[in-house]
Design a protein around this ligand. Sequence first.
Ligand code: PHE
Length: 516
Amino acid sequence: MAEELDRRILAELDVTGHVNSYDFATKLGVDHQLVVGAVKSLQSVGDVIHVEQKRKERWETTGEGNEVAERGSHEAIVFHAVDRDRGTLQADLMKSSPNAKVGFSKAMSAGWIRLDKEATVHRKVESITDTVQELLKAIRDGRVGDATDAQLKDLKKRKLVSLVIIKSLDVTKGTNFSTSVQKLETDLTPEMLTAGNWKDKKFKEYNFDARGVLPASGHLHPLLKVRTEYRQIFLEMGFTEMPTNNFVESSFWNFDALFQPQQHPARDAHDTFFIKEPKCAHEFPMDYLERVKKVHSEGGYGSQGYKYDWKIEEAKKNILRTHTTAVSARMLYKLAQVFAEGKASLDLLHLTRLSLQDKFKPVKYFSIDRVFRNETLDATHLAEFHQIEGVVADYDLTLGDLIGVLHQFFSKLGIKKLRFKPAYNPYTEPSMEVFSYHEGLKKWVEVGNSGVFRPEMLRPMGLPDDVSVIAWGLSLERPTMIKYGIDNIRDLIGHKVNLQMVYDNPLCRLNKTTKT
Ligand code: PHE
């Protein structure tokens, strides 16, 4: 098509010596932009054609103007609706046509009709000439010359016509004019080089203003982009990522190791997805499991425990993990193991406690991964979501350390104002909900949960008595929805996700200098 147009433009130039892109497009019945494109491509081929920009103004009838051209002006319609002999009640006349009100006042000022004291409208003249209709017909058919400037102004005021500006190109023959244009080469190929015929070819000039073609590539989902930002913050703070690649977890690691009693409501079918196949996990560190059993049923380490009959059958049940704190529990247990092994070798050598301290290495861990809860679904809740979790284990950590690290963490997200509210988790004491002041919403919103892990959780693992562990968690979905202005979680995950949203969304840069 494009080449075909090139040829036709050149043929027309050859005959008439002049082509206007707009008129030519109208004549051929093709889109004006196509002709403009063809002219531009001819223009790039040396001096074949000469091009000048043209700006034309043209009167066109509007939608309403076309209707008037068809059916007559509003005032003419009103005039014809008035009964020739007895006249028509004004109220009835107003109902006779959609634009009767305008038509009535125009017909009055034109002197076509009059209104008597009984509110009846009468014709004042025998017949009328509907000039407005005639003018609009003429303009519609391209005969603007029939209208005076004053008439055009009036029609424009009545929104029956409008002045449109048409930019077009005026084309005349160039110094190298020819009806057959050699196609310019765009690439210097190895074949041309070996054959040597590149010498006879004409090459297209570089267009440094051209936009490059966007390379096809994959696109990260907003959740993954925000995850990357959080990961970066943890890495900057010296945290190490925990392995979170097990969605299926035993109740033991998800609940029991965390000192969550077996009758805890969160365990029942409303909140937890239980696995049917395989229903149970079988491999546990049995000595540790015994200590967990003991701390639940009898207490220890200064605690009374829950004083109930702890059952291994309950701990064995496989579930989809309900929080990533299950992973933290596994990692802390591992850490205690390393310490215990070190301690054993030290005991053998009868070393002092001072050198023993060196054997426990303080750690900073984080994870960002998926968790599952059997919840009622709504605009902000799904049965699966992502948790962000930070854990620090060191000697003598206090609530003050937790508050400090939370301030540091959230300030890296641009959140400076924090407030803490006492809360309850079975595995932390004290526990705090974290609130931040949202400048946009002008209120305090909950941004996370945190606490100091209980001795009932840490001591059975075998961590040193004076090591404490502080931790906090938040959801990944919430900051992502705020960041990308998504107010229904189903637009973020699931079958209703618009892939264009994933394609178009910009890189995530959490606003680190101002409030978020
Ligand atoms: N596990 C908690 C939750 O699911 C979050 C949390 C993590 C709380 C660590 C305290 C400490 O909400």
